[in-house]
Write a protein that binds this ligand. Sequence first.
Ligand SMILES: [Fe+2]
Ligand SMILES: [Fe+2]
Length: 133
Amino acid sequence: MYRIKWNDKYSTGNVEIDKQHMQLFEIFNEYLAEKKKRSSLKYLILSIDLLGYCQEHFKTEEQLMLSANYPFFEEHKSEHANIYAAVENLVNKVYNGDSIDDVAADEFLFSWVEQHIVKKDCDVIEWINNGRI
Ligand SMILES: [Fe+2]
Ligand SMILES: [Fe+2]
């Protein structure tokens, strides 16, 4: 079964952000394990958890970027908005019992981790810690 395992490449170098990202991995993995049982209440709760997580986590990162005058704030914020919209769409589908394209959903989660966290989030912390990207 597909799982996301934490390793050093995901570490941004910021303890709070890394802790939140590890929490995201836990939600992802529970979500991936539960998705076989489409109708389970846990599946719905986990997708809602993912949405709540997005709100909190993106707020933390956006506040960090603002206080550091991060030059790519708007671009990063708009990626957060896109991820949020995609998770919201997923929650609605789970809630309504609509069919979900598993391949597309997994690809979305994978690109969030591999593209957004590994590249974009790490750039933010690099900027905050070293003043460059
Ligand atoms: Fe993040
Ligand atoms: Fe981010």
